[in-house]
Each structure stands twice: as C-alpha cells, then as structure tokens.
Design a protein around this ligand. Structure first.
Ligand SMILES: [Zn+2]
Length: 428
C-alpha cells in the first residue's frame, strides 16, 4: 500500500509540475492511500523543523540558503506548505523509489499545530522555535494551550534551538532537561514597540521584566518560582537596525531588512548554522543572497507606483508592521488594510481588536483604504480606537489599489494571507 501511495504521489507530482502547478495535492492523495506514508521515508540524519507563530517562512529560507551555501543538498518545503500534506508532497519529490530522501539536509517549515502529528514520523535532529504569539485561536487554541501541546509533543531526542527572549519557549526548554538545548537571544536594545508582560508559564504569577524588546519578548524573571531568562549562548550584540547589522561572537552579520522581526529570524538561522559548525563567512554570504519572501516588506509595482507590502496575520504581526511605518516613514503616505477571515486566515476577527492602530496617528498618515471580507468590522474597530472618520474609507481590492496608486503620496499595504493572494492577482 505504501509503495502504491508513493508511485501515485510521485506521478501526480510529476504531472502537476509539467503543467506548472505547485500544490499539496500529491501529498493529500498519497495520505489518503496510506495515512502513515510519512513514517516510511528514510530521511537524512540532519532534519531541522522550524516552528513558531511568526517568521517561519523567512527563517526557513535563510536556513536552507545557508545549508546550500555550505554544500549540503537541501530539501525544503515551499512557502506556506507547512501542513502534513505539503510536507508529504515535498518528500515525494525528493524520495527515490525505495523511500530514501535524496538530500543531505532537510529544513522544514512546520505549522505549530502540525508538529505534534509528524514529529514521531520524521524524528527531526533539530527543532528551531522562534516565538509563540496569540494567533488564530479557533485553530490553535490559546497561546498557553499551544505551548503546553508543543511541550508534550517533544518525545524525540531532537536538539532544541530556542529563543531565550520568549518565556514560553524557555519554559518548554526548562521542561526538557533530557534534551540538548541551545538558546539564542537579542541583547538589551531599544526597539520602540508595544510590549506587555505575561504570566509565568511555570507558576502563573505575573513575570517581571528587566527589559522588553516587543510584545512579551525580553528579559524576565519570576519572583514566585525563580523561573528566569536562561543563559543565552548565541547573543546578538551591537544591533544597528539603521545600518542593518549585528554582531555575534565578534563576527558581523547582515540584517536584510531593517525590522526587528528580521533581526530575530536571521539570528535564529545563524544560531542553528553555528551550532552545525558552519563557517561564519558562509553564513554571511548566504544571508546576503537570500531573496525577500513575498509580503515581508516587499516592494511591488502597480500602475508604475511602488507599494510596500507587509503580511500581518495576528496582533504581533500587525503591531510590527505599524512599527515599521513609525520608524521608517517620514513622508505623507496612504495605507490599504486588507483583511479576510477565510479558513486559512482564521474565521474569528477578535484579533483585530488586540492590534494597536492608534500608533498610526503618530505617523504622517493621510488616508486608510479598508478592504477584504471584514472591511466593515475593521472600519468600526479603527473608529473605536480613535482613528478619525475622514481618514477612512471602505473599498473593494481593485478600487482600493487604484486609489492608493493615483495619489502622489507613498503607498503601503498591510494584508493577511488570503487577502494578500487576492492583491497579487491584480499585480501579476
Ligand atoms: Zn513562576
């Protein structure tokens, strides 16, 4: 049955490639024929899972580029194909007919809810965890519940590379003394972004923060149980977001985009690469050569106008995108906020109320065009947060894009998954 699933899956993959269609359909069909197919593949000894709420796609790109630069034949999954069927599809492509994955290294972006379902089948050698923010509660449950699920899922002897500045990840690390764990973190630098404290993941008392980077990331301790920021082995120092560089152990690395989340993503990839004893120079040149992932401060062109586009799918992502505008935009600009609530985005729109839109008023904002399936709710949320009525209008994607580009001012778009895809349909 497994062999039949492999053959059908590979054949389907081949056909779809011929027709130029990337899709997770081969994986889906192969899983229908043999639901355990993932456990049949013979993966190489180096398999890295990249998981966490924000930054998975970018970090996976950095990491797979670094490994390729270091001469590893690297298998990685396509952007967004981070669910079981996407991972099986990728394995089908790289597998020989005896289920051997033809690669020296595998780097997989893994959805947080998917990790517990595939960890025993693949037994990754490394798991890189980036952060845990509130996100799509209808899918993941609360962020606290998600941390507990991930913690329980760590039944293999994978090495963990964890962000020490996220208390929830440090708690996961502390809960697994049997595993090899390395922490990375960012030195105490000011990022001028909204931050808040959370409850101690260990004893549920309020954590006290000695330093905050953004959201709940920083340096923290619990006066009740003694839980605190663990020792950071890979520390980003001398961070300069304007110059787009940081130092790690006296070597300077580039930050391809001047945003704090890019800093954390690059640092995560660098830390794992250093742990694999890849040379600093190799890491450096791979990061420099990594192309920007779609929708991450990407510049697109529409009607001869350049528009900066950012993906934001949860409060942390939205607040970061707004922080970018605060730190980078000194000239008048117009903004399009395009938010959908399809299944891939999360149906609930409660998260929009947790975004701090009022900070937009500290920027030279002229007008906001609200688009996407929840544009009317968004209009009300922005009004409630004190954005003046005369700065808001409700538009379809097409008319919003048109108005955004006919004005002489700079143009920005912040959108979530499916609305971003809709926008790209007008661009290409
Ligand atoms: Zn505590």
């Amino acid at each position: 049955m497994s062999y039949f699933a492999l053959l059908i899956g590979k054949l389907l993959r081949f056909c779809l490639n011929v027709f130029g269609r990337g899709s997770s359909l081969p994986g889906k069909i192969a899983l229908k024929i043999d639901e355990n197919i993932l456990s049949k593949f013979d993966f190489p000894s180096l398999v890295i899972f990249v998981t966490g709420t924000n930054g998975k796609t970018s970090t996976t790109h950095y990491l797979s580029n670094i490994l390729s630069e270091a001469q590893y034949k690297t298998m990685t999954n396509l952007a967004g194909a981070n669910l079981v069927q996407g991972i099986v599809t990728q394995a089908l492509e790289y597998s020989s007919f005896n289920f051997t994955i033809q690669a020296d290294a595998v780097v997989l972006e893994v959805d947080e809810a998917t990790l517990p379902n595939i960890i025993e089948d693949i037994k990754p050698s490394h798991i890189l965890m980036l952060n845990l923010f509130p996100d799509q509660e209808d899918r993941f449950g609360s962020v606290e519940e998600l941390a507990i699920k991930l913690n329980k899922a760590l039944v293999t002897d994978s090495k963990l590379i964890l962000n020490a500045n996220d208390p929830r990840l440090a708690w996961i690390g502390e809960s697994h003394p049997e595993l090899a764990i390395t922490y990375y973190g960012v030195d105490k630098i000011s990022l001028i972004q909204p931050s808040h404290s959370i409850l101690c993941p260990n004893c549920q008392q309020e954590l006290s923060y000695q330093w905050q980077h953004y959201e709940h990331l920083g340096y923290y301790s619990c006066s009740s149980c003694g839980f605190k920021t663990p020792f950071v082995q890979y520390m980003a120092r001398k961070v300069d977001l304007n110059q787009q560089v940081f130092d790690l152990d006296d070597f300077s690395y580039p930050i391809p985009q001047a945003t704090s989340y890019t800093l954390f993503n690059v640092l995560a990839a660098v830390s794992l690469a250093l742990d694999l004893e890849i040379k600093e120079e190799t890491i450096h040149s791979a990061i420099e050569g990594t192309e920007i992932v779609r929708g991450r401060n990407e510049k697109i062109e529409f009607a001869d106008k350049k528009i900066a586009v950012n993906l934001a799918k949860n409060p942390a992502g939205m607040n970061q995108s707004i922080s970018n505008l605060l730190s980078q935009e000194t000239e008048n600009y117009n903004l399009m906020l395009a938010i959908n609530n399809q299944a891939a985005d999360g149906v609930s729109i409660a998260w929009l109320k947790d975004c701090d839109f009022t900070r937009l008023l500290e920027t030279p904002l002229q007008h906001i065009y609200l688009s996407g399936s929840v544009r009317k709710d968004l209009y009300q949320i922005l009004l409630n947060q004190g954005i003046p009525k005369n700065k808001l209008s409700i538009e379809e994607i097409a008319s919003g894009l048109e108005k955004l580009t006919t004005h002489p001012e700079n143009a920005y778009i912040i959108a979530n998954y499916t609305s971003l895809n809709n926008i790209y349909k007008y661009i290409k």
